[in-house]
Each structure stands twice: as C-alpha cells, then as structure tokens.
Design a protein around this ligand. Structure first.
Ligand SMILES: NC(=O)c1ccc[n+]([C@@H]2O[C@H](COP(=O)([O-])OP(=O)(O)OC[C@H]3O[C@@H](n4cnc5c(N)ncnc54)[C@H](O)[C@@H]3O)[C@@H](O)[C@H]2O)c1
Length: 374
C-alpha cells in the first residue's frame, strides 16, 4: 500500500521524533496527544530538531517550511486518524492503556489503515488482539533519539500480512531509516542480544573475576565498543536495564534473571548518571576505583562475547530474525562495533564452540550450544 498520511499517537519523546522524521521525508503527519501541554512540548522538540537541521546545513529554510507545512497536531484522535493510511502509536508503555487506544483506533480509522506500535517490550500479538484487523497490525520499534538513530525493528505478529510488512518496511526506508525484521518475541532483537552483555559483565564482577573498570576497558579498548557495560548501564539508567532484564526473565526464563547487584542498586535508588550514582559515582568526590583483579582483557572480551553470540544464534534457530538483520540491528541499535555473527567469524566458529562447551560444563544450561553451532 502507498502511504501518504501518517497519524502519530503520543507526542512525547518518541512520538515527536517519529512525527519529525515522517514530515521531513514527505509524509503528511498529524500528531495526537491527550494533553495540550504535551503537544506544545512535542512541537517545541520538533522545532529544535528543525533548527539543528538548518544549523548543520542539512535543511534549507524552504525545506523547514515544507516540513512544518506537512505537520499538524491535535487532541482529537478521531479527527486525526479519519484519513490516515498508517497510525503509529507511541504512548506510555502500558498494555491495558495501549489496548484501549488501539480498540478506539480500530473504530475510528478507515478499513485500509495499518496500525503500528512503537512498543519496546509488549507483545504485538496481544496488542493486535484489541483490534479486528490483526493482519493490518505491526510493530515499528524506533530508537532514541529518533532523528539520529537509523534502526527500526519491524516486529511481525502471527497474523500480520505480507502487504502490511512490505508497507512498514517501505515507510521506514522513506523516513531515512534502516528496517530489520523480527518475529514478535520478547525483547525483539536488540534488547534480547544486548542484555547478556550486561548480565555476564555483572556476574563476572560479582564472582570477583574482574573489576568493573577492567571489564569496561576490555570491551572498549580491546573490543572497540563505544562504552563498557557498566558505563552504558549507568547512562541508559539501571531502572530501565533492570526492567528490560526482568521482563525477559519473566517471559524467557532463568538465563535472563537480573543479577543481585543490579537489583540492589535499583532498590537503593542508585539508577546511574541521572541520580549521580549507579555502578560508578558521578560528580563531586568519586569513590576510588576498585583494585584490579588482573584479569586478561582478551579473555574477558571473549568470555562476554560468546554468550552474546549464543543468544544471537538462538534467535536464528527460533526463526525470529536472520543473521544479517541481527548484525545490522546490533550495530545500528546498540552501537556494537561488529554484529554478533561478525564477532563469531572473527573469533572462529570452532573457538566459539569450544568456549561455549567449557561454559556449558562449568555453569549449566544458560550456556548450551545452539542448534546452528552443533
Ligand atoms: N524513550 C525511549 O528511549 C523509547 C525507545 C523506543 C521505544 N519507546 C516506546 O515508545 C513509547 C513512548 O515512549 P516515550 O519515551 O516517547 O514516552 P513519553 O512519556 O515521552 O511520551 C508518551 C506520550 O504519550 C501521551 N499519551 C498517553 N496516553 C495517551 C493517549 N491515550 N492518547 C494520546 N497520547 C497519550 C502522553 O501524554 C505523553 O506525551 C513507549 O511505548 C516506549 O516503550 C521508547
């Protein structure tokens, strides 16, 4: 289907970003929120993005005028969606609230309209069940900040039709994004493959194998990651990381159980840079770094990479995504220097298998050999 008009529901951080990239790339956009203050704040964020575009020379004044001319905002959802070809929902992450909104959208939007959710963690099939058009329902998971992040995970529900998938892919491309496809499953691609990095790092730290600083340095200096797991966790917010891991633990099982250290930090209100204390302390008198334990950085890098590669292989085994899409998703959505399959190639598949066998014998089923490596 050819999409011309998009309605974006929610004008928060993500909704305003999605409205911006859509209007910038030629779509007619109406942004909706329940609160006028939220619309005003969303429009202000969009004007800032436009100013940045002009300052960086990416956008002319005429482009900016064109963009703003294609963008409307309202609190009247029924009016906003009555001629939309695609609705992208970006409201609070709450299943019951989202289902209510989708049930209403299903009544208000024309029969041809595709309904998409930007949920980070909720089941696309359950959201679709609130509508009478599950074949026209799909996940379009953007990353923050939307204007800068290239990745969109296209999340395919059990009943999503091929035409809906093709349309969502085409819209994401026209928005200047790089779409990857994932079957609806907990954490989709990026969160599912990213969580083992943090979890393994914390477990190694808890076992006294290495200090936080040694682990972060092994990944940044030797692995060329832009940030080590402890620094990244503090930056993203330990509450966000904990919530993501807890959801995967509830839905997939034991291998995603949040480590005790993470739980304790969150319970004590140490949430990372936003509270000036997380794994590390920020501002003022910082705590002394821990004494190094003398762990070999190359060994640490391999020790953390192997379970990450394993998780990526399980996604392929389960038919959730392709190797190519997983590599793309982790590079674009999590700033991995290499995709997990590229890491596996660079380490050598034999070595990955040998290391995983050792971990499996030592630590049990969370390190079992995936089918594609057997
Ligand atoms: N923040 C991120 O980094 C990120 C990344 C990817 C996906 N997401 C997902 O995107 C969604 C939105 O996240 P956000 O960070 O933009 O949240 P946000 O809190 O910034 O914005 C949510 C907006 O939705 C509005 N809203 C709530 N109920 C509404 C309704 N019934 N109708 C219209 N508007 C309504 C609120 O007023 C608010 O302005 C969530 O599902 C979140 O999980 C967030």
């Amino acid at each position: 289907m050819d999409v011309k008009r998009i309605a974006v529901i929610g004008s928060g951080l993500m909704g305003s970003g999605i409205a911006y990239v859509s209007a910038w790339n030629g779509f007619e956009v109406t942004m909706v929120d329940i609160k006028q203050e939220a619309i005003d704040a969303g429009m202000e964020r969009i004007r800032n993005d436009v100013m940045t575009g002009i300052e960086k020379g990416k956008m002319s004044l005429a482009d900016a005028e064109g963009l703003m001319g294609r963008l409307k905002a309202t609190t009247d959802q029924a009016e906003a969606v009555k001629d939309a070809d695609l609705v992208i929902e970006a409201i609070f992450e709450n299943m019951e609230i989202k289902k209510k909104v989708f049930a209403a959208l299903d009544e208000q939007a024309p029969a041809h309209t595709i309904l998409a959710s930007n949920t980070s963690s909720l089941s696309i099939d359950e959201l679709a069940s609130a509508t009478k058009r599950p074949e026209k329902f799909i996940g379009m998971h953007y990353f923050s900040p939307v204007a800068a992040m290239k990745l969109v995970e296209i999340v395919i529900g059990e009943k999503t039709s091929e035409d809906t998938i093709d349309t969502a892919v085409a819209v994401a491309k026209k928005q200047g994004k790089i779409p990857v496809k994932a079957k609806n499953s907990p954490g989709f691609i990026v969160n599912r493959v990213l969580m083992p990095v943090l979890r393994e790092a914390i477990l190694l730290y808890e076992q006294g194998v290495a200090s936080k600083e040694e682990i972060d340095t092994a990944l940044t200096v030797h692995g060329k990651f832009p940030a080590g797991p402890f620094t990244l966790g503090d930056f993203v917010g330990l509450d966000v990381a904990y919530h993501t891991m807890e959801t995967l633990y509830q839905e997939i099982g034991e291998c995603f159980k949040p480590p005790e250290t993470l739980k304790k930090l969150v319970d004590s209100g140490a949430l990372g840079t936003k509270t000036k204390k997380g794994f590390y302390e920020y501002g003022g008198a910082s705590a002394e770094p821990e004494p190094p334990k003398g762990a070999d950085p190359q060994w640490l890098l391999t020790r953390i990479s192997v379970p990450v590669i394993r998780e990526a292989m399980i996604l392929v085994d389960e038919g959730i995504a392709t190797k190519d899409d997983i590599d793309k998703a982790m590079k674009l959505g999590a700033n991995f220097p290499m995709g997990p399959f590229e890491m596996a190639e660079s380490l050598g598949l034999d070595k990955v298998k040998v290391e995983l066998k050792k971990l499996h014998q030592e630590l049990g089923e969370c390190y079992s050999i995936p089918k594609m490596l057997q």
